[in-house]
Design a protein around this ligand. Structure first.
Ligand code: ACO
Length: 323
């Protein structure tokens, strides 16, 4: 069977940055509350006229600057909660902009688990021989769905894009185990703009087009399912946390990460944390952390890297890669 490995990585972070103090100036909140309850210090916000496609093309520019040729890409998967249009897909817009012919494109809806779901899907396509080179481009302009007057969600999110190019491996490096699970729930939902609660003046006045989250209930399920997914993935690979060189969890709340580290016995200092700088960037968070760790030289050939995510859906899952 073919193995799939990550050949190249790049990030794009929008220029505008907002600190906790900026929120404290307009909302009944404080730097101290945000920092201690979430671990977030700042986040970046895309420009008002910047589209998801724009952010996708900027992260691809950053990939191309590394000398990566995209002519042989035959699959594009875009995990995002913020497509440019109901249709066509953002991945199709990117394919068109890249001028790729022998290629398919797919937007993937799994919220914060989107990166893990997409890496796993790309892996299955490469392992089965359907594709050879797949781009996973996680792009989130999630702050457009945030109610800036709701202190319980406004302070959490940030915008960013990240790309991974997956290719067929020639040795034993690549994805060695994966897990994807889901369960329907409306505790984390953007109620309006689809068919169930269509866009209307009334629904917009009621704020139904914004993210609604039952934070503490989501937190409780997240910590349980994080641990469940890690256990399942390690079992599939016949490994324990002692075999993992680097753990990259989805970055929604530092207290979720601390809980998971304690529960699994994984050393906290070997976890990649970027939440403080970027907030919760939904499907982009794991890719952002992986790219920063890789480009700073922290990841070496032969390392076992574990990603685990949890998000709206509810969705959760893991990817275990031998680098
Ligand atoms: N500043 C000050 N006080 C606040 C703020 C704020 N920004 N936000 C909420 N509070 C208040 C609440 O009003 C509440 O006050 P009350 O006790 O008087 O009613 C109090 O703080 C406690 O509120 P909780 O919601 O219980 O706070 P909690 O400790 O649970 O933290 C948080 C909230 C950060 C949202 C946390 O629950 C969390 O991180 N949940 C999980 C998020 C997650 O994993 N999401 C999944 C991925 S996201 C995706 O898929 C798009």
């Amino acid at each position: 069977m073919n193995k799939a490995y990550i050949k190249a990585l790049a990030n794009y972070i929008p220029e505008k940055m907002m600190t906790n103090e900026d929120f404290a100036a307009t909302l009944e909140t404080s730097n101290e509350w945000i920092l201690t309850r979430t671990g977030i210090e700042q986040r970046h916000i895309a420009a008002e006229d910047e589209t998801t496609l724009d952010m996708g093309m900027k992260v691809l520019e950053n990939l191309k600057k590394q000398g990566i040729n995209l002519d042989d890409v035959d699959g594009i998967i875009v995990p995002t909660t913020t497509k440019d249009y109901p249709t066509p897909s953002t991945s199709a817009l990117i394919q068109n902009a890249l001028g790729l012919k022998n290629c398919f494109s797919l937007d993937l809806s799994a919220a914060c688990s989107g990166y893990v779901y997409s890496i796993n899907t790309a892996t299955a396509l490469i392992e089965s021989g359907v594709c050879t080179n797949v781009l996973v481009i996680a792009i989130e302009k999630i702050t457009k769905d945030v109610n800036w007057n709701d202190r319980s969600t406004a302070i959490l999110f940030g915008d960013a894009a990240t790309v991974a190019l997956l290719s067929k491996s020639n040795d034993d490096s690549g994805v060695i185990a994966m897990d994807m699970q889901s369960r329907a729930s409306d505790i984390l939902i953007v109620p309006s703009s689809g068919t169930a609660i269509p866009i209307s003046v009334q629904n917009i006045e009621d704020g139904k087009h914004f993210i609604h989250m039952e934070g503490s209930e989501t937190f409780k399920i997240a910590v349980t399912e994080f641990c469940n997914s890690i256990e399942k993935t390690l079992k599939e690979a016949n490994m324990s946390m002692d075999d993992i060189s680097c753990f990259i969890p989805h970055q929604a709340n530092i207290r979720i990460i601390q809980y998971v580290a304690k529960k699994t016995g994984f050393p906290y200092d070997k976890i990649e944390i970027i939440l403080n700088k970027y907030g919760n960037t939904s499907s982009a968070s794991i890719g952002l952390a992986l790219t920063e760790a890789y480009h700073s030289g922290k990841i070496k050939k032969g390392d076992n890297i574990l990603f685990t995510a949890f998000g709206a859906g509810l969705t959760w899952g893991s990817t275990l890669i031998r680098w």
